[in-house]
Design a protein around this ligand. Structure first.
Ligand code: FAD
Ligand code: SF4
Length: 338
């Protein structure tokens, strides 16, 4: 592990000032991803700016009827918050499908958005990786790529974004509030994460030294008809091979509104307006769900070890949509462990 300096930020302005003075500094929140990356020599910050004492731990209802979640709210507190449990159960369900209870107690809302890929080669500094070292090559394309992306890939990188929470936030159309040297701004969730293209080292559209201050949920929470379905190698403590966040608004047996996002298949949570449009106004049945699944996966392309994900995703989408339509969401096994 390298030597680094440590600063405990006394406020947001102080954190931004320290970051501006030290271009290789990194903010640290729960540390559950960053510390691992430093131990593996993947991240080499010259300074850690501890932001855990900043006033970003609140969860407040907004005047528009939505919810504003501070960037430092731990994943556990968010999943068990009464308003999230009752009005945004898709989000609670996705969070509880991730990591372990101990990790969720430490992991922050902002850190979850910015966690880095779990591509094994990204963590192995003995191998080429364009995300870790731009221009060095991608070891996964011709290597072991069972966990990797089937949508939105590039010749430079086929990594996936590992978060469960982000898949639900994409489906719910959250906004990310940030502040930085250029002032405050809000980023639509769909625009927050990037596809790899030829700059896979960039995971998001955050500007240098910007801090995430909050995530805002709109009023519509889809509390009746939703499901987060996560398929993985183990039932706990494993990242998704494929996950589906789906939310429906039904009128009789007809879909009035629909959201559909996939995790574990791309460099960002994967949505497609065409797939959701194909659900709206249609009968909530297997034919409709199959059509939406085909549309969402129409550009999917498998590599040597992960082509199975295409059919797995198709079946997962159909199952998640039918569970959501019946109002029987996937239960997360560790939901009751607090
Ligand atoms: C064994 C293991 C299993 C896991 N399984 C899952 C899983 O199944 N599903 C899942 O979704 N996640 C899983 N995780 C990931 C975990 O959820 C993330 O590590 C966690 O959410 C990161 O949050 P943190 O606060 O610890 O971030 P940190 O490690 O503190 O930071 C991560 C990154 O975010 C930056 N950062 C943090 N907060 C801010 C902010 N407010 N503004 C700007 N930059 C910021 C840091 O500089 C750093 O680059 C797992 C982790 C481990 C170790
Ligand atoms: S898939 Fe991306 S992260 Fe993985 S080795 Fe290739 S460039 Fe690196």
């Amino acid at each position: 592990m390298i030597n680094f300096a440590y600063t405990r930020a006394s406020g947001i302005a102080d954190a931004l000032r320290v970051a501006a003075a030290d271009p290789k500094a990194k903010f640290i929140a729960g540390g559950t991803n960053l510390i691992d990356l430093m131990k593996e020599d993947v991240e080499r910050p010259t300074r850690l700016i501890d932001i855990t004492h900043l006033p970003l731990k609140g969860i407040e209802e907004t005047p528009e009827g939505g919810l504003r979640i501070g960037a430092l709210v731990p994943n556990s507190d968010l999943a068990y918050h009464p308003v999230v449990e009752s009005r945004y159960p898709l989000l609670a369900s996705a969070i509880l499908a991730g990591a372990s209870q101990q990790l969720r107690n430490m992991a922050s809302t902002g850190g979850n958005l910015l966690q880095r890929t779990r591509c094994y080669y990204f963590y192995d500094t003995a191998t080429p990786c364009n995300k870790r070292e731009p221009g060095s090559g991608c070891s996964a394309i011709d290597g072991i790529n069972r966990q990797h992306a089937i949508l939105g890939t590039s010749e430079a990188c086929i990594a996936t974004h590992p978060s469960d929470m982000c898949v639900a936030l994409a489906a719910l159309e959250a906004k990310v509030h940030v502040t930085g040297p250029g002032g405050d701004r809000a980023i639509a969730f769909a625009d927050f994460h990037r596809l790899p293209g030829n700059t896979p080292q960039l995971d998001t559209n955050l500007h240098p030294n910007e801090i995430i201050t909050a995530v805002e949920l709109p009023a519509q929470g889809f509390e009746k008809n939703y499901t987060y379905l996560k398929l993985r190698d183990r039932l706990s403590y494993a990242f998704a091979l494929v996950s589906v966040a789906t939310a429906l608004e039904l009128e009789g047996g007809t879909v009035k509104d629909a959201r559909l996002a996939l995790g574990g298949v791309a460099h960002k949570p994967w949505r497609d307006p065409a797939a959701e449009a194909a659900l709206r106004g249609q009968a909530a049945n297997a034919v409709t769900f199959r059509h939406a699944a085909d549309l969402l996966l129409r550009a999917a392309k498998g590599f040597t070890h992960n082509a199975f994900k295409i059919d797995l995703a198709r079946r997962a989408i159909m199952r998640a949509l039918s569970q959501a339509a019946r109002g029987t969401p996937q239960s997360q096994t560790d939901k009751k462990i607090k």
